[in-house]
Design a protein around this ligand. Structure first.
Ligand SMILES: *[C@@H]1O[C@H](CO)[C@@H](O)[C@H](O)[C@H]1NC(C)=O
Ligand SMILES: *[C@@H]1O[C@H](CO)[C@@H](O)[C@H](O)[C@H]1NC(C)=O
Ligand SMILES: *[C@@H]1O[C@H](CO)[C@@H](O)[C@H](O)[C@H]1NC(C)=O
Ligand SMILES: *[C@@H]1O[C@H](CO)[C@@H](O)[C@H](O)[C@H]1NC(C)=O
Ligand SMILES: *[C@@H]1O[C@H](CO)[C@@H](O)[C@H](O)[C@H]1NC(C)=O
Ligand SMILES: *[C@@H]1O[C@H](CO)[C@@H](O)[C@H](O)[C@H]1NC(C)=O
Ligand SMILES: *[C@@H]1O[C@H](CO)[C@@H](O)[C@H](O)[C@H]1NC(C)=O
Length: 390
């Protein structure tokens, strides 16, 4: 019963189709969900920064950012925009001529920042360097990366430490970037296996270097942008007095920590949905069900984990289901965490150790395997329970 209600709660947290005033808005373009403040037609986006061109002539239809050729692959309401960007390349032919396909890439997005946590600037090649330029709060940023190798055998898969592949982090708040690829000696001594330098900004988790990339890579790569609302008032102490404030009922505003201008909106604790839509944040029945004192500002994540567990319980076939006892243990674990308020506290390591030790049995499952410390393990536990193959 409780589990069923939890499941319903989890399901209703999904996105609702949006309607701005009297305009009914498309909430997807092909396979991609377009949540407000983004929109594809007049009256359906907050301002021009959030305009998406939905190209209906493709099958399925494809969304592009503004009027660019930047393909959008996912938009998350918490502030991420997943796009495909074009790799820069500088190629040479026998005899040292430059291949005409060589290009410098300008990826000049005036409004959205290149996510510093999700991407890496990457350069591939054996006689190669590339620069990346951009601006951080109107200050010029320039950096670069270089990569060498004498033969293909020296190149190791999965590492980008400068032999065949070089990577550097993206600084916080970087915008309006462009990058250009180059070579020191026109690839003369490596031409038979490496004609080009490639340079691009790529989503870390979608890139795993392989020696085969030394020869060629795909034209487009996954890149993650961070979006915020700008020109809609100033966010102070979670709200704004501005007439065109973008966060609606039961939502607060959050200033991005990377120093980017503007703000994002977030539903208040106990509410879920789209904070940019009028009445978009709906009271989540999940939080009503659970005893009030369990839910506080910091532990929503745990509560959601429990909801996930509940969903698993209902979804999977009988034999794969965790036992009631295991579920009870998860819930116990949650309560225990609340009691010790590990949730948002940054405890010193010793204290965390001690608390873990005190409750060690809560964290152990039948097979006696080691589990990692702290709250992060809850998720692993859910997986472990599944992997048990019941
Ligand atoms: C988009 O991102 C959300 C949240 O990370 C994820 O649940 C969803 O599967 C993604 N959709 C696509 C089409 O990749
Ligand atoms: C590259 O980016 C920098 C910093 O944003 C800018 O000053 C420069 O004009 C850009 N170059 C090109 C060719 O767009
Ligand atoms: C990357 O690929 C190598 C094999 O080429 C594999 O061993 C490694 O686990 C992969 N790493 C990631 C993070 O996927
Ligand atoms: C690296 O991965 C490629 C395929 O992606 C494979 O052909 C090559 O043999 C691998 N190299 C090593 C050293 O494992
Ligand atoms: C390299 O890949 C690009 C993009 O996929 C393609 O257009 C080009 O023909 C390829 N070049 C070679 C030499 O395979
Ligand atoms: C924000 O909160 C701080 C401390 O609570 C207070 O000093 C400040 O005046 C508040 N600012 C606004 C604009 O409400
Ligand atoms: C658990 O981990 C500790 C420290 O990493 C190790 O000493 C111990 O042998 C492990 N126990 C099991 C059962 O794997």
């Amino acid at each position: 019963m409780l589990l069923h209600m939890l499941l319903t709660a989890a399901a209703t947290a999904a996105l609702v189709s949006h309607r701005i005033d009297e305009t009914v808005c498309e909430d997807r373009c092909g396979d991609v969900v377009i949540p407000y403040p983004f929109g594809t037609t007049t009256g359906c986006f907050l301002d021009d920064n959030f305009f998406i061109t939905c190209k209906k002539s493709s099958n399925p239809p494809q969304p592009f950012l503004w009027k660019t050729n930047i393909l959008v692959t996912n938009i998350t309401i918490d502030g991420r925009l997943h796009v495909m960007s074009t790799a820069g390349r500088d190629c040479y032919l026998e005899g040292g001529e430059s291949d005409p396909i060589s290009t410098r890439r300008v990826f000049s997005l005036s409004e959205f920042t290149i996510s510093s946590t999700e991407n890496m600037f990457t350069v591939i090649g054996c006689d190669s360097y590339a620069y990346i330029e951009g601006s951080i709060s109107n200050r010029l940023y320039t950096s670069g990366c270089m990569s060498f190798c004498d033969k293909l055998d020296d190149v190791e898969n999965g590492t980008c430490a400068g032999t065949g592949c070089c990577q550097i982090e993206i600084p916080k708040g970087l915008k309006q970037i462009n990058y250009s690829a180059g070579s020191f000696d026109k690839h003369k001594s490596v031409l038979e296996f490496n004609q080009c330098t490639f340079a691009f900004v790529v989503e870390k988790t979608k890139f795993n270097f392989s020696s085969s990339y030394i020869w060629n890579i795909t034209e487009k790569v996954h890149t993650v942008l961070d979006w915020t609302v700008t020109d809609h008032g100033k966010c102070e102490n979670g709200s704004s007095s501005s007439m065109n404030y973008a966060c609606k009922e039961n939502a607060k505003c959050i200033v991005p920590e990377d120093g980017s201008p503007g703000y994002r909106c977030q539903c208040q604790p106990g509410y879920g949905g789209n904070p940019y839509l009028p009445n978009g944040c709906e009271e989540s029945c999940l939080f009503e069900i659970l005893e009030n004192h369990i839910v506080n500002d910091g532990n929503e994540e745990q509560v959601k984990e429990v909801a996930e567990l509940a969903k698993i319980c209902l979804n999977v076939k009988g034999e794969e289901r965790p036992t009631m006892r295991e579920v009870a243990m998860e819930l116990d674990g949650l309560r225990m965490m609340h009691k010790h308020s590990w949730v948002n506290a940054e405890l010193n390591p010793e204290e965390t150790e001690r608390l873990l030790y005190d409750n060690a049995d809560v964290y152990k499952y039948g097979d006696g395997s080691n589990t990692t410390a702290g709250y992060d393990s809850l998720k692993d536990h859910v997986l472990e329970v599944l992997d048990d193959g019941r």
